[in-house]
Every structure is written in structure tokens, then in C-alpha cells.
Design a protein around this ligand. Structure first.
Ligand SMILES: [Zn+2]
Length: 305
């Protein structure tokens, strides 16, 4: 239909910028990706503007709504980007500059919040009122969607879970690894891919990547299997403490480590002992849209109706 307004979602990552145009039913009408101009703020704005134009050309539309997911957040205090590991964006009025460039309003959200929105709208948490989505990858973060909308929070840090300390640490987990944020024992330092690798190195003296440890474990290696068991137990503790506060309707796992065989199925057993409740019935599911959840959630920042 000519009057149909498409929603463009942009996932601004450290190495690539992905874009998608969705129709009202969530069907993909166009898809484009380009490398991220690393370290180049003006170039990043140019690349996104080019991506939006290409998506509109492909989809045969103009004036689509534009939502952007990115690591970090727009500071409520200043309107400037903060906490982005794509550091050339920090301190910049990115949302404002991009809106001026595109000649339309732009919504910008943290990428973990976009995962939560995507899965809440038509993914593993479809129809659930409160969806908590976790990204387990090179970094660890999470986002919350309330009735399909991102919970940003007063300080724009809602869901920032990766830099909480690992809960209920055992003696050999204290003070925990040093984190780039200046703290020790952050959840990210235990549960990210590099965190898993560091744990394996500490316990075995052997260097192996997170991916290699997963593969070794699948092949029956005892040390790797023990490392995966420690990882699962820590993840269970980390999740349980959030369940005690948020009590979400669905927990969704995304990111590379979420695809570890058997992890999602084994998690309820790892979470339950640490939850303050007679029963733990919360569904724990792998993300439905996988890597596409970033762009899809960004598109849905403009709502579903
Ligand atoms: Zn930290």
C-alpha cells in the first residue's frame, strides 16, 4: 500500500552498521549493511544517512521512521552519548545530529534494549508484558522491554547488568578479575566470552578462546566442561538476583554464548536455588531473531501500530 509507513532500524556496531526496513507485519522489505567508519564521527553520520537512503530506495518508499540501536546510551542530563565502546561517539549529540541530517526525528536506544524490544514484539517473548533480554557475547549487557517498549530509565542505564558484581561470590571468586570500568568482579568479567577464556586460563594455565572452550567441552574435555559448568552456575546466580527485583515474565538470551548447546535448557536449574521464591517458573528462552534482533528492535522503537 502506498500509504504504508515503513520502519527503518539501524544497528550501529563497532565493525558494521546494519539496516533493515520493516513493514507493519514485521516483514523485511529491504536490508543493507556497510562497514563502520571506525573513529570517524562525521563518517558514521554519512554512512547511516547513506544506509537510510539505500533502504528507502530498495523498499520504494520515503520518509520511513528511523530507530537506531547502539552500545551506550543518550545521556538524559546532556543529550550526549555516553558509555559507548565505539568511543568516537561518546560526548557527541548523535541523536540530534542524525535527526538534522535525515530531516526527521530519530529514536536512539541501547542495543540490549533493542534486543528486548525485538523479542517482546514478535520474538521469544512475544505477548509477554515484561521481557528481560541478556546479551552474552564479547561483552555482557541486558535490556528490559515493558509491553513492547524499551525501559530507558532515569539515568538511561536500565538493564545495565554487566557491571554489577557477581552475586554470592565464593571465596575463590573474590575480589574477582579487574574490569576496564575500574571495579573488580563485574558480571561481564566472568560471563563474557573473554571472561570465560580468562577463567579457563586461571584454572588450567591453558590459553583458549571462549569459542574453543565451548568446542572442547562439546568434545568431552573435562577441564572445558568444568569451565562451562562454572560459567552456568555464575550465570544462574547473576540472573537470580535480577529475578528477585524485576520478576520478568520471560528471560531471553542473545549473543554468541547464548547458542551454547544445552545452556538455555539447563539455566532454570542454575537460577532456581538463588531465587527468593517457593517456585521458579519463568521461561528462559534463546532469542528468536538472533543477530537480527538489533536492527528489528531499533525499527520497533517507533511502535507497532
Ligand atoms: Zn565493570
Amino acid at each position: 500500500m502506498a500509504s504504508e509507513r515503513l520502519r527503518i532500524g539501524i544497528d550501529l556496531g563497532g565493525t558494521k552498521i546494519a539496516g533493515i526496513a520493516l513493514d507493519a507485519e514485521g516483514a523485511t522489505r529491504a536490508e543493507v549493511r556497510v562497514p563502520t567508519p571506525r573513529g570517524d564521527y562525521a563518517g558514521t553520520l554519512d554512512a547511516i544517512a547513506g544506509l537510510v537512503a539505500a533502504l528507502e530506495r530498495q523498499a520504494g518508499t520515503r520518509e520511513a521512521s528511523v530507530g537506531v540501536g547502539m552500545p551506550g546510551a543518550v545521556s538524559r542530563a546532556t543529550g550526549l552519548i555516553k558509555n559507548a565502546n565505539s568511543i568516537w561517539l561518546n560526548g557527541r549529540p548523535f541523536a540530534e545530529d542524525l535527526a538534522a541530517r535525515l530531516g526527521r526525528p530519530v529514536r536512539v536506544e541501547n542495543d540490549a534494549n533493542c534486543l528486548a524490544v525485538s523479542e517482546a514484539v514478535d520474538g521469544a517473548g512475544a505477548g509477554a508484558a515484561v521481557v528481560w533480554a541478556i546479551i552474552l557475547g564479547t561483552g555482557v549487557g541486558s535490556g528490559i522491554a515493558l509491553r513492547g517498549q524499551a525501559l530507558t530509565g532515569l539515568n538511561a542505564i536500565a538493564g545495565e547488568w554487566g557491571h554489577n558484581p557477581l552475586p554470592s561470590p565464593r571465596d575463590d571468586e573474590r575480589p574477582g578479575p579487574a574490569c576496564y570500568c575500574g571495579r573488580h568482579g563485574c558480571i561481564e568479567t566472568w560471563l563474557s566470552g573473554p571472561g570465560l577464556a580468562a577463567d579457563f586460563l586461571r584454572c588450567t594455565g591453558q590459553a583458549a578462546s571462549g569459542e574453543a572452550i565451548v568446542a572442547l567441552s562439546r568434545a568431552g574435555d573435562a577441564a572445558a566442561t568444568a569451565a562451562m559448568a562454572r560459567h552456568r552456575d555464575r550465570l544462574g546466580r547473576g540472573i537470580a538476583h535480577v529475578v528477585n527485583i524485576l520478576d520478568p515474565d520471560v528471560i531471553v538470551l542473545g549473543g554468541g554464548l547464548s547458542r551454547v548447546e544445552g545452556l538455555v535448557a539447563a539455566l532454570p536449574e542454575a537460577i532456581a536455588p538463588h531465587v527468593f521464591s517457593d517456585a521458579f517458573d519463568t521461561p528462559v528462552r534463546a532469542s528468536r531473531h538472533g543477530d537480527a534482533s538489533g536492527v528489528r528492535g531499533a525499527a520497533w522503537l517507533w511502535g507497532t501500530t
